[in-house]
Design a protein around this ligand. Structure first.
Ligand code: MLT
Length: 334
């Protein structure tokens, strides 16, 4: 049975429970490669991956690059500032030119919602959306889901509080879609000005931080996306922090085994206090580590699509991981 036959990774809104579970299982199997002494497998040997980032990024960009290199792909990195976009070339023209060089995957980050989908309809290679405006950031949400399942294996029934600037957050949107599909109870917490009109259809809406995290299993903090805000949504940063900065005292209302996520970059003292970011409930560094496995899995699945033998390969990889075998003898060297 083919459980993943997508051509692109654009957003999680239309993903089924089965597809999400399959990508997460695949990512789980890839994790072990980063723990090896020699962190390289030939899975994507002979494949070319281009990353085209028209916005700043630390974690996403570096983890895609490390992931591609750990799978032996040829990796080319281009930023908007260093591209012909600076000379007035349109996004479509730049991407068509990149596509004409026959890469297998282009990873795109862009400030316009829908940019990745627009290009996916016009190029031959696979497109991975690494964040498009305030729309979706699917691989980040997959990272978050993988991290959650490592601490709470069953997502269905968990109460997940997503806190902060939900209006401008692509991370929140991708998570909301996927968490709902997987059966979590989603709570959206923030000032009314930072919640989108659809919020009430997506989950329970709460405007008070302590009430919002009450009895939560998972708290997902979001950065205030000042660069995506066209006007003032709250009087001052200090006032936002007074009401919505998660500190240990407020987190005390959550379940005793709560975990706290944040996609980064952190604004310490604005949305998250250091006692929480660096405290015992934080799984933020685990998210960063999981970024590699999720991006390896995503590229692997797109390049190997459609993948009838995939299930067998994954089963073999899992058996090898259990046996501590570093050389997995499958056709693709997975
Ligand atoms: C994003 O690109 O959306 C980040 O991963 C999260 C953020 O910028 O706050």
């Amino acid at each position: 049975m083919i459980r993943f036959a997508r051509r692109h990774m654009l957003g999680l809104e239309s993903y089924t429970r089965d597809e999400l579970s399959f990508v997460l299982e695949t990512a789980g199997a890839f994790k072990e490669i980063s723990e090896r002494n020699i962190k390289r497998v030939p899975t994507l040997r002979g494949k070319t991956v281009v990353s085209f980032f028209c916005e700043e990024s630390t974690r996403t960009r570096v983890s895609f690059e490390i992931a591609a290199k750990r799978m032996s792909a040829d990796f080319v990195s281009l930023t908007g500032a260093a591209s012909s976009a600076k000379k007035g070339e349109s996004l479509l023209d730049t991407t068509r030119n990149l596509d004409a060089m026959r890469p297998d995957i282009i990873i795109l980050r862009h400030s316009s919602s829908g940019a990745a989908e627009f290009l996916a309809q016009r190029v031959a290679c696979a497109i991975i959306n690494a964040g498009d405006g305030a729309h979706e950031h699917p691989t980040q949400a997959l990272v978050d889901l993988l991290t959650i399942t490592e601490h709470k294996p069953v997502i269905a029934g968990l109460t997940v509080a997503i806190v902060g600037d939900i209006l401008h957050s692509r991370v929140a949107r991708s998570n909301i879609f996927a968490l709902r599909t997987l059966g979590a109870h989603v709570r959206l917490v923030g000032p009314p000005t930072l919640l989108p009109p659809e919020a009430a259809q997506w989950g329970e809406v709460v405007h008070n931080l302590k009430e919002g995290v009450r009895d939560a299993d998972v708290v997902m903090m979001l950065r205030v996306q000042l660069e995506r805000q066209g006007r003032n949504y709250f009087p001052t940063i200090e006032e936002y922090a007074r009401y919505f900065c998660l500190n240990e005292e407020k987190l005390g209302a959550a379940k005793p085994d709560v975990i706290v996520l944040h996609p980064g970059p952190l604004n310490r003292g604005v949305e998250i206090a250091s006692d929480v970011a660096d405290g015992p409930y934080s799984v933020i560094m685990g998210q960063v580590t999981n970024g590699i496995a999720v991006r390896m899995a995503t590229m692997y699945l797109l390049v190997n699509r459609p993948s009838a033998e995939l299930e067998e390969e994954l089963a073999e990889a899992r058996r090898a991981a259990v046996n501590g075998d570093e050389t997995i003898a499958t056709g693709r060297g997975f």
